[in-house]
Design a protein around this ligand. Structure first.
Ligand code: F6P
Length: 319
């Protein structure tokens, strides 16, 4: 029987646990012996590698986060530690890895493969949805649903008060979460890092809306914009004349019960990852595109800057 391991690296997402569960089940079905690597690349170096069974993944499908733990490892950037990681894997006869993570993790694996020969398939996993070459990253749908829940709750109180609410989403330099949430939760304003903005341009229209009876505003802003959300709230107070509150959703967006969509995507990503490796793809990332699932090279995925889809970006004109 061949041995295969799974690890999570970088920011955790809801959907990792369903993926881990299916990894064990599908590996066993394919007559592979599944192993867990705890704490990402750090765990590879520290030899936290353990054989997995059905029992280990019972009752985890509904849990956010990852039972394996995740980490961002600086040590893995050094050759001497990668050599230790390889030795640990060799001792267990493991030469295939499934990596749930972002582009940084895939770049790390690319070096590991080229230098130490450990084969891998990456599964794009980040709530930011900012990995080049894939339209979907595991965890995004759950994060969007968490954001939706928060904005809907804020709307309840907003509708009872004449106030402006500024809601900050995560995403690093990518405005995907903010833009999709603003569109689907009925915001009046959306600011994202990809597009320059000038708040002055909104003053006239917002004041007109107030004259026409608008009682509250909802603004969704991405954490990567040039200003703090508190400054946007101050602008509402000073220039629009509305009492204002800012809410930073922060790490609430990374947790929660994985949605059906993320559970299903976890299932499909894992199937393709294992199938690809068994077909002899030694270094790839399984991406979800308009054509369905496609295996892509590290160059296509991790060495190009992510760009928001033009069609989606064009919807920003609404705000
Ligand atoms: O990449 C995922 C992400 O959640 C970003 O949206 C956010 O900027 C960052 O990670 C937060 O990182 P940390 O959990 O280290 O604070």
């Amino acid at each position: 029987m061949k041995n295969i391991a799974i690890l999570c690296s970088g920011g955790d997402v809801s959907g990792m646990n369903p993926a881990i569960k299916h990894f064990v089940e599908y590996a066993l079905e394919k007559e592979l012996t599944p192993y867990f690597v705890y704490d990402g690349f750090k765990g590879l170096i520290e030899n936290k590698i353990v054989k997995a069974t059905h029992k280990d993944v019972a009752g985890i499908i509904n849990r956010g986060g990852t039972i394996l733990g995740s980490a961002r490892s600086k040590k893995f950037m050094e050759k001497k530690f990668r050599e230790v990681a390889k030795k640990n894997l060799d001792a267990l006869n493991i030469d295939m890895l499934v990596v749930l993570g972002g582009d940084g993790s895939f770049r790390g694996m690319d070096i590991f493969y080229k230098e130490q020969g450990i084969k891998f398939c990456g599964i794009p996993s980040t709530i930011d949805n900012d990995i080049n070459g894939t339209e979907y990253c595991l965890g995004v749908d759950t994060a969007l649903n968490v954001i939706k829940e928060s904005i809907d709750n804020i709307r309840d109180t907003a509708a009872s008060f004449s106030r402006a609410f500024v809601i900050e989403t995560m995403g690093r330099d990518c405005g995907y979460l903010a833009l999709v949430s603003a569109l689907t939760c009925g915001a009046e304003l959306c600011l994202i890092p990809e597009v320059e903005y000038d708040l002055k341009e909104y003053e006239k229209s917002f004041k007109k809306q107030i004259k026409n009876g608008r009682r509250y505003f909802i603004a969704v802003v991405s954490e990567g914009i040039k200003e703090e959300s508190s400054e946007i709230a101050k602008w509402f107070e000073e220039k629009i004349g509305f009492e204002s509150r800012a809410t930073i959703l922060g790490h609430t967006q990374r947790g929660g019960n994985p949605t059906i969509y993320d559970r299903l995507m976890a299932y499909k990503f894992v199937n393709h990852a294992l199938d690809g490796m068994l077909e002899g793809r030694d270094e790839s990332v399984i991406c979800y595109t308009k054509k369905g699932f496609e295996y892509k090279s590290i160059d296509e995925v991790a060495n190009k800057k992510y760009q928001l889809d033009d069609k989606l970006l064009s919807y920003l004109k609404k705000f």
